[in-house]
Design a protein around this ligand. Structure first.
Ligand code: ADP
Ligand code: MG
Length: 330
C-alpha cells in the first residue's frame, strides 16, 4: 500500500457573493507518487479545489493535511501553503525579463552556490530546456515557458506539484510531449502531481486516478480505464468519451431495453456488422477524424454515432447494419 501524502477531509468553500459557487463537502486521499487528474466542465470547481488543497483559500469547513500536518489557509499563514507543495498556474508567474537559468536558480538560497548551480542544471536537463539556459522568458514559446515554470516549481524540495490547466496554452503536438514529460518526471522524481483540466484527453491517459467534478461536487473517482468503461453518471460519459445519450423512448425505438433513465454508449461500442441483432440505419453524415471517421446514423428518427476505422466504406445516404454491442443504463 502506497503512503498517503494528502488528505482532504470534508472541505467546503463557498464564495460569498454567489450561492451556487465553490465546492461542497469534498473528501479524498492522495497517495505518494500518484498523478491525479481533476476533470470537469468550466465552473465545476476544479481551480477552487486545487487552491484549497494548496492553502490559498480559507475553507468554510473541513481540513487538508500534508502527511500529518494541517495545511493552513491565508487566515492563519502569511505565506499560504505547505513548503513542499508548489503550484503552477496558467500565467506561469515567471520573471519575464530574467533568463531561464536565473528564473530557476532564484528559487534557491545562496548558501551553497555549487549545489544551487548543480540543481538548476539538473532540473533544466530533466525538462529538456538546457539549451534555453541563457534566453529570456520573453523569447520563449508558451510550451517552453511552461517547462521553465515546472522546473522552477520542482527545483526546491517539492513533493507535490499542483498544475492548473497545464496544457491550455500549448498546441496538440507539444501537449503530447508535455504529457509524456510530466509522467516521466513524476516517475523519475517520485513527485506527486495533482492536475486540473477541462479537457479529459489531458488526464485520461496520464493519470493514476481521475476525480470528476460537477457543480462543486466530487461525483466520482477511479482509475481512468475503470471510470471510462463504467461511468456512474451521464456527465462523466459525456466528458470522457463524448458518449451518445438516448432517452427511454429513443432507446426503445432501437430495441434497447432501459427501465428508467437513459441508454448511454460510446461511438466505439457500436458495431458495424450484420449480426442477428443488428438493425438498419441510414448514414446521415460522415465526420473526418484523421485515421478514422465518425458516422452519424439514424433509425426511426433516432440519431447515434459510430466509429468507422476503414475510411470511405460507408458514405452519406448509405444504409448500414449496426449493432449497439454494449450500453449502460444511467
Ligand atoms: P473551474 O476551475 O472548474 O472552472 P472554479 O473553481 O474557478 O471552476 O469556479 C467554481 C465556481 O465558483 C464557478 O461558479 C465560479 O464562477 C465561482 N468562483 C470562482 N472564483 C470565484 C470568486 N473569486 N468569487 C466568486 N465566485 C467564484
Ligand atoms: Mg479553473
Amino acid at each position: 500500500m502506497k503512503e498517503k501524502i494528502i488528505s482532504v477531509k470534508n472541505i467546503s468553500k463557498q464564495y460569498q457573493q454567489e450561492q451556487a459557487s465553490g465546492i461542497h463537502n469534498i473528501s479524498f486521499d492522495i497517495h505518494k507518487g500518484d498523478i491525479i487528474a481533476i476533470i470537469g466542465e468550466s465552473g465545476s470547481g476544479k481551480s477552487t479545489l486545487l487552491k484549497c488543497i494548496y492553502g490559498l483559500l480559507t475553507l468554510d469547513e473541513g481540513e487538508v493535511f500534508y502527511q500529518d500536518e494541517k495545511v493552513w489557509g491565508p487566515d492563519v499563514l502569511l505565506i499560504p501553503g505547505h513548503k513542499q507543495m508548489k503550484m503552477v498556474t496558467q500565467d506561469f508567474s515567471l520573471n519575464i525579463y530574467a533568463k531561464v537559468y536565473d528564473n530557476i536558480a532564484s528559487m534557491m538560497a545562496n548558501t551553497d552556490v555549487h549545489h544551487k548551480h548543480q540543481k538548476t542544471m539538473e532540473m533544466m536537463a530533466h525538462l529538456h530546456i538546457d539549451h534555453l539556459k541563457d534566453k529570456k522568458i520573453t523569447q520563449l514559446s508558451g510550451g517552453e515557458q511552461q517547462r521553465v515554470a515546472i522546473a522552477k516549481a520542482l527545483v526546491t524540495d517539492t513533493s507535490v506539484l499542483l498544475l492548473d490547466e497545464p496544457f491550455s496554452q500549448v498546441d496538440a503536438l507539444l501537449k503530447n510531449q508535455l504529457r509524456a514529460d510530466i509522467k516521466r518526471i513524476a516517475a523519475e522524481t517520485g513527485v506527486t502531481v495533482i492536475m486540473v483540466s477541462h479537457d479529459p484527453a489531458d488526464g485520461l491517459f496520464l493519470a493514476d486516478e481521475l476525480l470528476m467534478m460537477k457543480d462543486g461536487h466530487l461525483i466520482e473517482r477511479g482509475k481512468p480505464a475503470d471510470i471510462y468503461q463504467q461511468p456512474k453518471h451521464i456527465y462523466t460519459a459525456r466528458m470522457l468519451g463524448n458518449a451518445v445519450v438516448l432517452n427511454q423512448e429513443e432507446a426503445n425505438k432501437l430495441g434497447l431495453e432501459v427501465k428508467d433513465g437513459h441508454a448511454v454508449f460510446y461511438p466505439e461500442w457500436v458495431e458495424l456488422n450484420n449480426s442477428w441483432n443488428s438493425r438498419r440505419f441510414e448514414v446521415k453524415d460522415v465526420y473526418y477524424k484523421g485515421f478514422y471517421e465518425e458516422l452519424l446514423l439514424e433509425r426511426h428518427g433516432v440519431k447515434i454515432r459510430a466509429i468507422q476505422l476503414n475510411r470511405g466504406v460507408h458514405k452519406k445516404n448509405d444504409h448500414v447494419q449496426a449493432n449497439i454491442g454494449r450500453f449502460l443504463s444511467l
